[in-house]
Design a protein around this ligand. Structure first.
Ligand SMILES: [Ca+2]
Length: 326
């Protein structure tokens, strides 16, 4: 019933390509699962899923999650071997052992090539790109040349086919932390971060991490799901048994939510100014001039309490039990 209702409400699902560092943190798992749930509701069509991490399990785990949500055929893009990678809370190897994908993985393509193949096949100004990790693939895409898929350069192809790009990364109004920090989405590859930020030719909405994402902790509700749910298991492996608090920052969840459902009624979007990236990958939101395609989401609307947003996120996560079973 939900699916039918969703399909009726969303006659034109948003066409999404998701780019994720499925290597270190569990909010990527929740965010990809949320995107699948929105696809179940008819709100989005997932065109492709892309890994920006060189971690050996990253694209495999993306495929395993796609399979758990009954979409094993989604095209996969892989990062270059010299791409950044991290290890932290996400227990990829264990998850892949426990949730082996029965569906054979379609051949994984280099990310920039897959972007070109998919974008070239879509209507103009129709695709929303969501990145939840490093920006290496998107720099490669912008700098790509004409190929069998399109006579356009990467930048021209993006300008023609992409409607908006939602980028999880940075803290707002400025990242003032020490220059030696390597983690996060912007710091591991500062050159790609700066290039994409400066040269992206369509609307580019940044969504913030740091304190903003940390005050919107979601996921504790996953305890209510069956034990064979891959999202629940990812949180359990990272957080411990059910006596522990499983709530976790929602950085990537915020990006997927706002890219699909927009800012209303919870989030404030700041449009005046632009994001400047320094040599260490630190961002500063500058207001000495406006760059019309840049905006950021890193505040709640006046009067909105974090608990309201957490409740909305958890309501979606609690419904993942209808799919996502091994
Ligand atoms: Ca991420």
């Amino acid at each position: 019933m939900q699916v039918m209702l969703g399909s009726m409400l969303y006659a034109n699902p948003i066409k999404v390509i998701l780019d994720t560092d499925m290597d270190s943190d569990i909010d990527d798992v929740a965010a990809l699962a949320m995107l699948h749930h929105f696809a179940d509701l008819g709100e989005v069509e997932i065109l492709a899923t892309v890994s920006c991490s060189s971690d050996r399990y990253s694209d495999q785990l993306v495929h395993a999650i796609n399979t758990a949500f009954n979409r094993p055929g989604i095209l996969l893009g892989a990062a270059r071997a010299d791409a950044p990678k991290h290890a932290w809370a996400l227990k990829s190897e264990t998850l892949l052992k426990e949730f082996p994908s029965k569906a054979k993985r379609k051949q994984t393509m280099p990310a920039a090539e897959l972007y070109r193949k998919v974008l070239a096949s879509q209507p103009d100004k129709s695709v929303v790109i969501i990145s939840l990790g490093y920006l290496n693939n998107l720099k490669d895409l912008l700098l790509s040349s004409a190929d069998k898929y399109s006579p356009l350069t990467g930048a021209e192809l993006v300008a023609k086919k992409v409607a908006s790009y939602y980028c999880m990364g940075g803290t707002y109004p400025a990242d003032t932390q020490d220059s030696s920090i390597y983690y996060g989405n912007f710091r591991p590859d500062p050159a790609s971060t700066a290039y994409v930020s400066q040269h992206w030719p369509t609307r580019l909405v940044f969504t913030g991490g740091g304190d903003f994402a940390a005050k919107l902790k979601s996921g504790n509700i996953l305890k209510q799901l069956p034990q064979n749910n891959i999202v629940r298991r990812a949180y359990e492996l990272a957080k411990g048994d059910v006596s522990k608090d499983w709530s976790h920052h929602s950085a990537d969840v915020i990006t997927v939510w706002t890219a699909v459902r927009g800012t209303a009624p919870y989030f404030k979007e700041t449009t005046m100014g632009y994001n400047e990236i320094d040599q260490y990958g630190r961002n500063t939101w500058k207001t000495n001039r406006d760059q019309p395609n840049h905006s950021y989401i890193s505040d709640l609307k006046e009067g909105v309490e974090p608990e309201q947003v957490i409740e909305a996120f958890d309501a979606v996560l609690s419904r993942l039990s209808v799919t996502g079973l091994k």
